[in-house]
Design a protein around this ligand. Structure first.
Ligand code: OGA
Ligand code: NI
Length: 433
């Protein structure tokens, strides 16, 4: 969750932990807090306003190769509350400098290319509750070990529910600006929010994307808070995707060789954050990103994408397209799942290219532990260890997310929790039920 997730993470973070970071030492608190305000502007409007004046952002300038101070431009853009769509609608032919990303370094995989010989696994869930369960479990195991993500067909969510949800996200972003700006906020207490890919106070360039986000804490969110323009769709999709999440938690448990209810018993997927992304057509897609490279810090993510394409996954050090597949859902393993499975299942880096054609709509559902478990230790599952030693020490969600955000890294923060990194190996017993 790069810039991407930085926005929705701020959201998740705020929802889960509020100001739980006050438990950290004061120096790290200040660093973490500043970072959160920088990367996650929605945490607190008041606080971010105070800090804003003293920080500068910079972006790469493709014309003269220099950096420029983008803070004021980003701030001005943010204050329009119109999002990237508002900007795109103004008919500009050159994107503002603060959206321009530096050219990739030579050691990184080639940017826009995709290896057509590699194909993201597609798993047919038909019969997964009966005759084909064993096959489905085996396919999930292979895909989670080798790819960290897979497409699922015949998962049980009716196509019209998915289509309606994507349409709902589109309608939200395409409604008159003055209506949607009511939801534009950085208030941590707001559980429904609209925000953009422009991040104040960060050195990172902005991304070409707007988002509407819903925080279903412990699976609950008052439908009266949903924007009227998509109220039915959000409720309906949420009900279905929650069921799919439960089915996946059982299948993944079995794929790990554990009893079916193992993952549900440790309550690691009880809270859901739904984020509806809108990627407007971009006049200079080669200069920016829709979503920059990141892995999801969640336990599991279920993604619904429309038919525009642009999502890529890093596999064997190559960017591989995740082609839209009618009726399919994309499932990806998150960092926390990688941690508790001792690297058996992989959280995978992915990104979204900006596109000349748009808008592209997607809807990600991130699964996190119940709010009661914010400080519960999650460590490597004891049953998976046999003679291996755990790669990671136990951590809790508050610490994990604090670390994730404090590093400023878009990439997984898992290595911080490696036992060999000099950290204590705390008991993992608490995770066993
Ligand atoms: C995300 C993400 C991909 C997409 O929100 O974490 O990776 O297709 N989104 O929007
Ligand atoms: Ni993601």
């Amino acid at each position: 969750m790069n810039s991407f997730s930085f926005n929705h993470l701020s959201y998740i973070f705020a929802c889960h932990f509020g100001y739980g970071l006050l438990n950290l030492s004061s120096l790290s608190l200040i660093i973490v807090f500043l970072f959160i305000l920088i990367r996650f502007p929605m945490i607190s409007t008041v606080a971010s306003t105070e800090v804003m004046v003293s920080n500068a952002s910079s972006s790469f300038d493709p014309e003269d190769g220099s950096n420029y101070d983008s803070a004021n431009d980003m701030k001005a853009f943010d204050e329009t509350k119109g999002g990237v769509k508002g900007l795109a609608d103004s008919g500009l032919i050159k994107i503002p400098r603060f959206f321009v990303h530096p050219p990739e370094k030579p050691q990184q995989p080639p940017s826009k290319s995709s290896n057509i010989n590699l194909q993201v696994p597609i798993i047919n869930f038909e019969g997964f509750e009966s005759s084909r369960r064993k096959d489905v479990v085996n396919e999930i195991r292979r895909a989670s070990e080798n790819w960290g993500l897979f497409q699922v067909v015949n998962h049980g969510i009716p196509e019209n529910v998915m289509d309606d949800m994507l349409e709902g996200v589109k309608r939200f972003h395409e409604q008159p600006q003055e209506v949607k700006t009511e939801f534009y906020t950085r208030d941590a207490d707001q559980r429904v929010k609209f925000f953009t890919g422009a991040l104040l106070l960060t050195k990172e360039p902005a991304i070409w994307r707007d988002t509407v986000a819903f925080d279903f804490k412990d699976g609950k969110l008052d439908p009266q808070l949903f924007p009227a323009i998509m109220r039915e769709e959000v409720g309906e999709y949420f009900r279905h995707v929650t069921k799919t999440g439960k089915a996946l938690s059982e299948l993944l448990s079995e794929a790990l060789g554990l009893r079916r209810n193992y993952l549900s018993s440790i309550e690691c997927m009880e809270t859901e954050s739904l984020v509806g992304h809108y990627y407007p057509a971009c006049p200079q897609p080669e200069l920016t990103f829709g979503t920059t490279t990141h892995s999801d810090p969640s336990f599991l993510t279920i993604l619904l994408q429309d038919n525009k394409g642009g999502l890529q996954v890093l596999h064997q050090n190559q960017w591989v397209d995740v082609p839209p597949l009618q009726g399919a859902l994309l499932v990806n393993i998150g960092d926390l799942m990688q941690l508790i499975t001792n690297d058996r299942f992989r959280s995978v880096e992915h990104r979204v290219l900006a596109g000349e054609v748009g808008p592209r709509i997607s809807l990600a559902s991130f699964f996190f532990p119940s709010t009661a478990n914010t400080f519960k230790p999650y460590g490597v599952i004891q049953e998976l260890l046999s003679d291996d030693t755990p790669i990671y020490r136990a951590t809790h969600l508050a610490e994990f997310m604090g670390q994730y955000m404090s590093t400023g890294s878009y990439i997984s923060t898992l290595s911080h929790f490696k036992v060999s990194s000099g950290q204590d190996c705390s008991s993992t017993e608490d995770t066993d039920h």
